[in-house]
Ligand binder design. Structure first.
Ligand SMILES: Cc1cc2nc3c(=O)[nH]c(=O)nc-3n(C[C@H](O)[C@H](O)[C@H](O)COP(=O)(O)O)c2cc1C
Length: 537
């Protein structure tokens, strides 16, 4: 008898929880001999080098976050390269002793980077219609497939499909069962990274409703013969990126037209541990074709609160980093904090919310440590005021729920209790000091049961939405002169106990922290692409 996929999702969620006395099942130590190669390449697929052109993008971050767009950049190879450079390209190399590792514009749990990026395109200038895989180390596109017969779409295309997939093994190597969650977080960060990069180029991003099976076939991920069985890629999502809505005939052709594949995926590790629970939950979460729809519109919000920042969006994106430690003393001015929180509200026309455009299902619990003019304590920010009638009865009934009087009028920001929340934040985040030494830390609360009732695959989407919010916090923090760090390690039910959550209507799915960073002065930093000797266009 087959088990209900929804039940499998609940089972996975439960079993992948960390507890103070027992972490989720993991490998029990790092086996360096099987550390996965962070760079996938398709051996035998022709590669096409891209220019490094991000320096030429001038749109200010303040303008990008407010939804201002320059005229759309031409959809040529140079600007496609910029899109990829700003979303998935390298941002630096770090070294310490004999170890050397790359950082990228998109963050990743443990810097393991399970997310892979593909393009599916009609003929573009200097790019033949086909399927391409991006190699961030080389800033190149591998020609994974050409359409055969050649694609006839009639008119020149005004956009292309950018698709994401995950190699679960990369995360599972370090994190075991919980890795599936981190792959989804990373996909959410990646989605937002594409949203910001496209905005810098004046392009729009629309999520497509392609099913997992359709996407796997379109990208060649279903070709078992091209992959080591333990290193297969799971299809995540597909986006139309361009200057206008996608013509349906073009989309149909990109999805279904016959194509001839080239290349074989490189082997990432000489050996693997099997994490059956990950395969099981992934199958349970398989996404069918979804009719692209926009959820009912949230009440209109006033224009986003302005910030002061002189950096271009491109520069800010490339200097984003995770803080490894905080000073414990930096005070964040309240107006900076409010502007940061405002950027999390669902304005569907602003990047990266334009990549999402769904009813918000994630709300924030805030551990405020050092925000000028705001008492330390525990707060709730509802991204949709209507959620209060569902959240409040699920939490402890002795929280004070005082509206924050100096917050902007459109905020649904509530103080639960005034307190020094540092020990709680640290303790709940697997005892990590970064949750306590910051200006504020966040627990992202999902409307869990309600989302899953619409289909088990919404489990993945909840994590994607968390990742999207995390990416906003990363860039907003950089713009405010502080720094953020994602926190995937937290004690799930201990967070719920603190808040008074007794069932699965609400679940904490991701933590985040923002504060004054301390640099690790032992590390050497090198520029991202000095090894390529490729001049900027
Ligand atoms: C989903 C996710 C979870 C993370 N969890 C933690 C964490 O628990 N603790 C931590 O110190 N850093 C955490 N990080 C930060 C990563 O270690 C960091 O993104 C990675 O090392 C790459 O560095 P960069 O963000 O500076 O590019 C997390 C990042 C992401 C995206």
């Amino acid at each position: 008898m087959s088990i209900d996929p929804l039940q499998l999702v609940y089972q996975y969620h439960h079993e992948s929880k960390h507890h103070p006395e027992r972490y989720a099942p993991g490998p029990g130590g790092l086996d360096w001999a099987t550390q996965p190669d962070p760079f996938r390449v398709y051996e035998g697929a022709p590669a096409l080098d891209l220019d490094l052109g991000a320096d030429c993008q001038t749109l200010a971050f303040t303008a990008a976050r407010a939804g201002m767009r320059l005229d759309p950049s031409p959809l040529d190879l140079m600007h496609i390269g910029v899109l990829l450079e700003l979303s998935f390209g390298l941002s630096a190399w770090k070294s310490y002793g004999h170890s050397r590792w790359a950082l990228r514009c998109n963050p990743s749990s443990g810097n393991l980077h399970p997310t892979e990026c593909y393009l599916v395109t009609t003929d573009q200038l200097h790019l033949e219609a086909g399927v391409y895989h991006y190699v961030s180390r080389d800033h190149s596109l591998e020609q994974r497939a050409l359409f055969e017969p050649k694609l006839q779409t009639g008119s020149p295309s005004n956009g292309l499909v950018l698709a994401l997939s995950s190699i679960h093994w990369r995360e599972a190597w370090k994190y075991g069962l919980r890795a599936y969650r981190y792959c989804q977080h990373d996909a959410g960060h990646a989605l937002a990274a594409v949203g910001y990069a496209a905005a810098a180029l004046g392009w729009r991003v629309v999520r497509l409703g392609w099913s997992d099976a359709e996407l796997a076939a379109a990208l060649g991920l279903d070709r078992a013969q091209d992959f080591d069985p333990a290193e297969r890629e799971a299809p995540d999502l597909a986006l139309w990126v361009g200057d206008e809505e996608a013509p349906q005939a073009t989309l149909d052709a990109l999805l279904t037209a016959p194509r001839r594949f080239a290349g074989v995926a490189n082997r990432l590790s000489p050996d693997h541990l099997d994490w059956y629970g990950i395969e099981t939950v992934h199958q349970a979460c398989e996404r069918p074709t979804i009719e692209p729809k926009t959820d009912e519109k949230a009440p209109p919000l006033p224009p986003i609160l302005p910030i002061e920042c002189t950096a271009s969006a491109a520069n800010l994106i490339r200097r984003r980093r995770s803080a490894v430690a905080f000073d414990g003393t930096t005070q964040l001015p309240a107006e900076h904090w409010f502007a940061m929180l405002d950027a999390l509200l669902p304005r569907s026309v602003l990047p990266p919310h334009d990549t999402w455009n769904r009813r918000p299902l994630i709300h924030l619990v805030l551990f405020v440590h050092w925000v000028e003019g705001v008492d330390p304590g525990l707060y709730v920010l509802l991204r949709d005021e209507a959620a209060i009638s569902r959240l409040r009865p699920s939490l402890r009934d002795d929280w004070s729920w005082e509206r924050v009087s100096n917050a902007p009028a459109h905020f649904s920001l509530w103080r639960l209790v005034q307190a020094d929340a540092r020990a709680a934040a640290r303790g709940l985040s697997c005892h990590q000091d970064i949750a306590a030494d910051s200006c504020f830390a966040v627990a992202m609360l999902a409307e869990f049961d309600a989302a899953l009732k619409d289909g088990p695959w919404h489990y993945r989407e909840l994590f994607w939405e968390c990742g999207l919010l995390g990416q906003i916090l990363y860039l907003e923090a950089e713009a405010a002169g502080v720094r953020g760090t994602g926190i995937g390690c937290f004690f799930d039910d201990a967070v719920h106990d603190l808040l008074g959550i007794r069932d699965s209507r609400w679940q904490s799915l991701y933590h985040f922290t923002v504060g004054g960073p301390l640099e690790d002065l032992r590390l050497q930093t090198e520029p991202p692409y000095a090894h390529l000797d490729r001049t900027a266009a």
